[in-house]
Design a protein around this ligand. Sequence first.
Ligand SMILES: [Zn+2]
Length: 271
Amino acid sequence: MNKYINQLLQMQDLEIALHEHAALKGEEQESSRSELKRNINGLKKLLPPEVSIIYERISKKYNIYVCPMINSACTSCFMKIPVGVANSVLSTSHCISCPNCGRFLYFNEGQFDRPSDEFHQYKGVARFSSNDLMLPHIKAKTKEEVIGIIGRHCAEKGFVENDDTFVKALLKRESLISTSVGSGIAFPHARGFKACGLTLAIGTVKPGIIKENGDSLSIFFVSAVPTQTSFFYIELISKLANYFAKDVNRKKFLACSKPEDMWKILVQIGK
Ligand SMILES: [Zn+2]
């Protein structure tokens, strides 16, 4: 991948993290917000002037300003990319923009298929989660262990590429800033690797075992977030965070010992 595209992707990820932070934590933890902003500005300064000019223009227009080209189409505006331009994207020597929407493009090595052809029939949360992705009462002693168990489970079930890239990406994101939002809930998530689409898996742990900053973590919402779904993901997690901020909802969910019971509660949220 072109090194500046790589850099723009990092900036985009950090900017999305800023939005997530605002959605979940309001104006709290100003220090981690400033750290994110500092990192973004640091990367911005490293862009060459010709890329910087395009960045300034495109990033004002779109939250997602770098996106993959898949099957020779821009995955944001869905415009088919002319062969000459597509070849330049593949060559990685320059930063190439979509001729239609202007977003920066990078090559994505093929698409990862969804686990089920019937996926599109589903509505609501069933579009990106499943009974198979509910993991009640995980036996683990640390946050990292829980993330590893849930992440590997997503790979085994065919929702993300079947190796350890998902777990590694989750742990890397978590080390940047904790995704815990208080009330015992956390939203570990990762972007920028092969996944079949937005994927949400949920694991519960008995309260009192995993402690972080005085909070006892018990519900983990683990997601694979393809870049294009980032803002939908933010809407989703703010809905979940609101629902699970209530003691009574959390207790009912934590009491579930079977995946199907967790799933029944989840599909009702936001209806
Ligand atoms: Zn486009």
